[in-house]
Design a protein around this ligand. Sequence first.
Ligand SMILES: [Mg+2]
Length: 177
Amino acid sequence: MFEILKPKVYINSVYNIDLRKLKKTKKIKGIIVDLDNTLVAWGQKEVSQKTIDWVKEAKRLGFKICIVSNTNSKRVAEFAKIFNIPYHSKYFKPFSIAFNNGLKILDTKKSETVVIGDQIFTDIWGGNRLKLLTILVVPIVKKDSIGTFLHRNLEKIFISFWLRRSIIKKEVGNWPK
Ligand SMILES: [Mg+2]
């Protein structure tokens, strides 16, 4: 039950994703990444150099990477410019059209694409529906939009239930091992 909401991987942050191994052992070529609370703190205008370097490294390793975000287009466009990567923000996650547009931008197959995000009801649900590899990260900050408040409480219930029953585990250190 609720299989569609369950992330394939649950991890602290994007930095714990071993990009080399993701490419080599999981055969991933494309990254669809969320913006708020995945790459940058919600409501913040700045992004850390560490995150800029992470995106750079992904590109250097040959990944195609794009932001798919439900945040307003102007904000997404500004960050996409900083990262120098394409973005999609016209259609909302978890609707498949948002992810399909991401796939179109990347020009990768579903089987070689990963979705990385901090929300079960948008990033993970949508990614799972299209059978993409889904990685849930812990939100960068606890602050969030009002609309997300209810989701957050539900998410906590799901995550603690899965963890308690060992249905998912939180990856310690880097992943894939
Ligand atoms: Mg987010």
